[in-house]
Design a protein around this ligand. Structure first.
Ligand code: PLP
Length: 232
């Protein structure tokens, strides 16, 4: 049952945090519901999940309408974690509380323009590419400071932090050196004071690697399989 898998994930978060002397309550658990049914999402929400993520705008839209019809729209924050195409930005800005996958200034500008039209300030994360194998998308760490500086000038976008996906490795512990780069970069950006408010969110860690991510300072984990699939 989804309520059981959530308890298991929360226990693992708590035990890793306790071991590290970190407060587990600052870790946001985002349930990634791509490929799952609205019924499964409702089960997760009824079991206390407060944050849901999708990776495709169209799938997200369909589910969002159903969730709204079922009276659930105000019960969760909606995250976008997949690559966002410019022609989907209008719909994304209408729907998502946090767009985690902003990987170019151009995309941020488009989000800013669409958000301005509906008088919204859109919260975003800047996606960083931690290694060339890891993902197709994301800014190179060395481009990040300049990008954050430029994006910060856009009035209808607010950067909350950074997001990254680690490369897939045989042993998730090997992801630690990759994860370590993200808080280092966040500190560098904050030290350079290129954004009006310091960035605080570090979104890293998925079902297979959220423990090493938490050890390296993650405060937002994006969990799909470990929430929606029970190992039996
Ligand atoms: C699918 C997905 C996740 C969750 O992956 P699991 O391995 O199922 O936990 C997290 N982040 C992003 C960007 C994803 O696309």
């Amino acid at each position: 049952m989804i309520s059981d898998t959530i308890i298991t994930v929360r226990k693992r978060v708590a035990s890793t945090c306790n071991r590290m002397g970190r407060d587990p309550s600052i870790v946001s658990l985002v349930a990634v519901s791509k490929g799952r049914t609205v019924q499964e999402i409702i089960e997760a929400l009824d079991a206390g999940i407060t944050d849901i993520a999708e990776n495709k705008v169209q799938e997200a839209s369909l589910k969002y309408e159903e969730l709204r019809a079922a009276g659930y729209a105000s019960r969760f924050k909606f995250h976008m974690v997949g690559h966002l195409q410019t022609n989907k930005v209008k719909e994304a800005v209408r729907m998502f509380d946090l767009i985690q996958s902003v990987d170019s200034l151009h995309l941020a500008e488009e989000i800013n323009a669409r958000a301005a039209k509906i008088h919204k300030v859109q919260d975003i994360l800047v996606e960083i590419k931690l290694s060339s194998e890891a993902t197709k998308y994301g800014l190179q760490p060395k481009e990040a400071i300049k990008a954050v500086e430029a994006i910060s000038l856009l009035p209808n976008v607010r950067i909350r932090g950074l997001m990254a996906i680690a490369p897939i490795l045989d042993d998730p512990l090997q992801a630690k050196p990759y994860f370590r780069k993200l808080p280092e970069l966040l500190n560098e950006i904050n030290a350079a004071a290129v954004s009006p408010e310091p960035l605080t969110v570090l979104s890293m860690g998925m079902s297979d690697d959220f423990e090493p991510a938490l050890e390296e300072g993650s405060n937002m984990i994006r969990i799909g399989r470990a929430v929606f699939e029970s190992r039996g």
